[in-house]
Design a protein around this ligand. Sequence first.
Ligand code: SAM
Length: 221
Amino acid sequence: MIDRDLQGIGMTSRRTRERLAQRLRDQGVLNEDVLKVLVDTPRHIFIDEALSHRAYEDTALPIGFNQTISQPYIVARMTEQLLEAGPLAKVLEVGTGSGYQTAILAQLVDQVFSVERIRPLQEKARKRLQRLKLHNVMLRHTDGGMGWPDKAPFDGILVTAAPREVPKELLEQLAVGGRLVIPVGDEHQTLKRITRTSETEYETEVLESVRFVPLLGGTVR
Ligand code: SAM
């Protein structure tokens, strides 16, 4: 759990986050463990100061390099979809971005491996996660379409940028019984949850329409 001192100035932002959590509950987010972690986690520190007054709006916000911190609703939804069948030990996140989704996952699973293709974003995220004393996170600067083969298999994989098609490397790096939550598509994207049911079989559920930045190849220094 994140230190109370780091949760926000006084209790003001905690109360604001409680209101945000209630709004997400009203929109259908059911997992109370996820909502509690959302209340404990100061989103304002994951955003540049000029925009931090908008941190508790339920909206995506720019974080530089044409990228965004995801909307709280989508962070909560994807996390609850990943965790639906129970707690997970080892999770891969593709697209660290601001580090906010990483911080949420780090409080709900044993170990988070998170990859980001834009080095300066990854470095900022690292500092924020250290500030929150979330030490069960390992970050890597790489093209996440390839996953993180050395650390595979993963019990869960959560992707925060949309490929046109599900990368086969990510499917291969799922443990049997593991779940991949991923936005897929171009103009029209859908959020999918893919469960590896055996060595060779996968089951796909289509969850809802979403709008994500594209999953791009290569890295930026
Ligand atoms: N969870 C993040 C957050 O809330 O801040 C989401 C950030 S943004 C919606 C998606 C991120 O995915 C961006 O930071 C982008 O650079 C990253 N990304 C896009 N393609 C990638 C790839 N192939 N490998 C790793 N990261 C990638």
